[in-house]
Design a protein around this ligand. Structure first.
Ligand SMILES: Nc1ncnc2c1ncn2[C@@H]1O[C@H](COP(=O)(O)OP(=O)(O)O)[C@@H](O)[C@H]1O
Ligand SMILES: [Mg+2]
Length: 384
């Protein structure tokens, strides 16, 4: 089986690492200046340039049997053209819907799945009215596209923070138009009890398997760690999470792995955002589930039977290893490996806050896991 992947980051790396033992071969499509260190040695790379036709891209990728994506920020018209040559999963239409927060929320709301109250505004449209309509401050403003790890987001909880946003907006609108038209979502800032995510896979024949939901902790919009199963998640909330992802997969005819991030607020479960791909909060599945999210994505997009998603006993933790400083040194911190910890290193250059790798921890119980987390927080400082 030959798989072409759009993108050359750590998710592509882990997809390829999951596929190699099954005899899969990979090729990767890189943007003009995208770093490719993560996928070195795992397949050939085609660099996209503006003169290339879809046929050139397909040929350059070595005529793959199927094409998939590792990120939502992709050239959807190109993906649609590639469908002439081979299946593209998930379908470019669902990637298009999810890559824009306005379309994404419209999709989720259309299925009757609850979200934080939201409004959209464009260009110089007044934001105050939108804020009033969703119940007043505090709110979170997010650009509808190009947001990740908390980028392009503003927490507005006072007149001062709103003025600061307005200044930034004006600068953006006067600057060279990066994207037309400028559009933002404003949503009620939810005083959530915690954040969870649920990941599932659907194959073309409609088979769906769902992973155990995990609890996620973020710092400044970046995932710091996950705990699986989400501690003490009530039965009804657990069922809601399964129901949301099941409906999203089934009713969109989705093929591949989908991730759904949610806020838990009392007995309510609100969807925060979707990812049409394998997800950071599912990295634990490499060591903690019978079949990883990466393998199940590959199985789904190649019409192979999905593998068992059950988590392996005990409690599983996933800790992101974030860069501490600028450095070309990508030496794996193998001192972090212990009997119960499993290191995954992405071969990147280090930048402050950049995800360089992660560690999966298999523990007997939550107490043992929190001991490991403490040890790891100290060890973080030794990351390049
Ligand atoms: N409406 C909201 N209310 C409260 N916190 C929010 C809200 N939206 C986002 N956040 C916080 O910011 C984090 C990142 O926002 P998210 O929409 O997931 O964007 P990203 O694409 O950067 O992951 C969330 O995980 C959550 O901690
Ligand atoms: Mg998110």
């Amino acid at each position: 089986m030959k798989v072409g992947i759009v993108g050359c980051g750590q998710l592509s790396r882990m997809l390829a690492l999951a596929g190699w033992p099954m005899g899969f071969r990979f090729s990767f499509l890189a943007d003009p200046d995208e770093p490719v260190r993560c996928i070195e040695g795992l397949g050939s790379v085609v660099r996209l340039d503006t003169t290339m036709t879809a046929r050139d891209v397909y040929g350059g990728l070595g005529n793959p049997d199927v094409i998939t994506v590792e990120r939502e920020s992709v050239n959807v018209p190109l993906l649609r053209q590639l469908k002439v040559f081979c299946p593209v999963y998930p379908d470019p239409d669902i990637v298009w819907a999810i890559q824009n927060r306005h379309r994404e929320k419209t999709l989720v709301a259309g299925l009757g799945i609850p979200l934080s109250p939201w409004e959209v505004f464009r260009e110089r449209e007044p934001v105050q009215e939108a804020i009033t309509r969703i119940g007043g401050l505090p709110v979170v403003i997010k650009s509808t596209e190009e947001g990740y790890d908390g980028h392009n987001q503003w927490i507005i909880d006072s007149r001062e923070t709103l003025e600061a946003f307005e200044k930034e907006r004006e600068k953006l609108l006067q600057g060279p138009a990066a994207k037309d038209p400028h559009e933002w979502i404003v949503e009620q800032k939810i005083a959530f009890d915690r954040e969870i995510s649920v990941i599932g896979a659907r194959s073309p024949d409609g088979n769906i398997l769902i992973y155990t939901p995990g609890e996620n902790s973020h710092n400044q919009g970046i995932l710091v760690h996950s705990v699986i199963p989400a501690p003490d998640l009530s039965g009804p909330l657990h069922n809601k999470a399964r129901d949301y992802i099941y409906r999203l997969l089934q009713e969109t005819g989705y093929v591949g792995v989908l991730a759904v991030e949610c806020f838990v607020a009392g007995n309510e479960l609100l969807v925060n955002e979707l990812a049409p791909r394998v997800h950071n909060s599912g990295h634990w599945t490499i060591d903690g589930a019978a079949t990883s999210q990466f393998e199940n994505h590959l199985r789904a997009i190649t019409s192979l039977p999905l593998g068992n998603t059950a988590h392996q006993g005990g409690v599983i933790g996933m800790v992101n290893l974030l860069g501490q400083k600028h450095s070309d040194d990508s030496q794996a911190p193998d001192q972090l490996i212990t009997q119960g910890t499993y290191l995954h290193w992405y071969n990147k250059t280090s930048r402050p806050g950049r995800k360089l790798g992660h560690l999966n921890i298999l523990a007997e119980n939550e107490e043992e896991l929190s001991g490991s987390f403490k040890y790891l927080q100290e060890a973080q400082a030794t990351i390049p």
